[in-house]
Design a protein around this ligand. Sequence first.
Ligand code: SF4
Length: 290
Amino acid sequence: MNGDRSPIEMKHPDWLVRRYDSDPNVGRMETYLDGLALETVCRSAHCPNIAECYGRGVATFMILGARCTRRCRFCAVEKGAPGEPDSDEPKRVARAAQSLRLKHVVITSVTRDDLPDGGASHFVRTVECVRERCGGVTVEILIPDFKGSLSALQEVCAVQPDILNHNVETVESLYETIRPQAEYSRSLGVLEYASMIGLKVKSGLMLGLGETREEIIRTLTDLKRAGCSYLTLGQYLAPSKDHAPVARYVSPEEFGELGSIARELGIGEVMAGPLVRSSYKADMRYDALR
Ligand code: SF4
């Protein structure tokens, strides 16, 4: 029991504490990306793996601005009215991917409910620019739900990403409080459609937001039914006191067990652990199922 401390005040268990020797690559990476005015979800979402990933020269590009039109209660990305999409951004992402010699490029975005196509055409241009500039590269896109727009989804699927990722993030019962502008069935529909037309589909959820074990297993079953073949499970960490509090810390053993359940359900490539994030070691995991 945690006594009467609020969950946010709980001290992180040891398995979530990572210590890194200072790595000059991290600063170099930040300076380089800043120089190109590129956002990464690594930084915007306060990812706990940033030192590891930047240290090995890997980042997840976040396109379409730094501000998100939604108010998800788990997410550190700044909320508010975003600016116009930057038409030169796709080329700069491609340039960075080439300079960093990325073999597998992961591109995500803020949710742009303000744009008529939800940012789909900007995703497509970014993928095309990356492929044009970086021969032999594979591309994973982590997309929003485009408010359920089939035409926007068809547009991004038509570019044939090597992986189409859309995170359900949490179990259905928590959508109202955690992802108030999203819908569980809509998110499953995104995955279902992409899988139906033959794309490799990936999703992920955060644990520790208040979901029950039964709900987790039901969600894994739904994801399998929706055609998901790549899955990430990680511990939710509250970015601040204004975000949803951590309801509990899931042990590494329990992550291992839930990962096994997901594999038994037939999800081919599963990564489960406290610090696993949607794009964590995405390059290695893509190779695992090729
Ligand atoms: S896990 Fe993903 S978001 Fe986090 S630092 Fe690594 S590449 Fe960036």
